[in-house]
Design a protein around this ligand. Structure first.
Ligand SMILES: [Zn+2]
Ligand SMILES: [Zn+2]
Length: 292
């Protein structure tokens, strides 16, 4: 646990990784040791179709998890990978289930259904428009850029979804498979929660977006009237994203930037921000609802 620039306690969490229980290259014990040594407070082991209940491995807390993937490997046929996080019991899901049945089963067991790597799966907003009960989505997924098909970033999907009123909590995680120095301990969330929080309290904090997603930099998005401000650790780039298609003054470049702000227009319904530090590491805020 660390304190952020405002003195708030934050838990460092990777919510998506694989082990030898499915197609990961490390055992659960080896994976837990790698993340514990990297300063993580919690991991979720999310093997394909292999539910793992909450507990601890080698002193590192684990949140219950699994990844239910359907549709094979052809994006033209509708691929969905859905994480089950924090279920209190196993959601027994038949292999022939569709995406809505998977989401319903996860929610029915008290868990959170996370739409994993929509960019990697070539998911579209048309595909997800009819799905109810998605608790969060990944905006960044490390493994997709670690020798895979180089689509780790789901910002376009996230913004198109927000245009339709779906402001999902935005998670970054590793989806670790290889543990080869490229796909482990890189992308995570920093959740504002005490170390004694129950699984249900962790999920509740994710649902109310009490976290930022990052590869290292700190990012906070604040609003005062029509002015939205990013406060961050030293960055070389600060960018804002909203439903404004053309907007000047939404990207700041320099060195040692720790703040950037912009005025939002009356027609803007959401806004989010990203920062990049001098080492190329990125951080992503959650999407802020400007309609409130
Ligand atoms: Zn997946
Ligand atoms: Zn995965």
């Amino acid at each position: 646990m660390i304190k952020d620039m405002f003195g708030t306690n934050r838990l460092k969490i990777n919510l998506h990784l694989h082990t030898t229980q499915s197609d990961g290259h490390k055992t659960p014990e080896e994976a837990a040791a790698i993340y514990r040594e990297a300063g993580y407070d919690i991991i979720a082991i999310t093997d394909h179709w292999k539910y793992r209940e909450s507990g601890a491995i080698g002193g590192l807390r684990t949140l219950s998890g699994a990844e239910y993937n359907i549709g094979g490997g052809n994006g033209a046929e509708g691929v969905f990978h859905i994480l089950a996080l924090g279920c209190s019991r196993e959601p027994h899901i038949p292999r022939e289930a569709g995406p809505q049945a998977i989401i319903d089963a996860i929610n029915g067991c008290g868990g959170m259904a996370v739409l994993a790597h929509p960019a990697w799966s070539l998911n579209t907003v048309e595909q997800t428009a009819g799905l109810e009960g998605i608790g969060a989505t990944e905006i960044y997924n490390t493994v997709s850029d670690a020798g895979e098909s180089s689509r780790p970033y789901s910002g376009d999907f996230v913004d198109a979804s927000a245009c339709r009123g779906r402001l999902y909590p935005l998670i970054a995680d590793d989806d670790t498979h290889y543990y080869n120095g490229e796909d482990e301990t890189a992308s995570y969330i920093m959740l504002a929660c005490g170390p004694q929080a129950t699984d249900a309290e962790l999920l509740e904090a994710i649902r109310r977006k009490a976290f930022y997603a990052t590869q290292g930099p700190e990012i906070h998005l604040l609003r005062e009237g029509n002015r939205v401000t990013v406060k961050c650790s030293p960055a070389v780039r600060i960018s804002f994203f909203s439903n404004a298609v053309w907007a000047r003054g939404r990207c700041f470049r320099g060195s040692g930037l720790t703040e950037g702000s912009c005025e939002v227009q009356p027609f803007e319904t959401f806004i989010r921000a990203e920062v990049t530090d001098a080492d190329g590491r990125r951080a992503w805020s959650n999407t802020m609802d400007l309609r409130q």
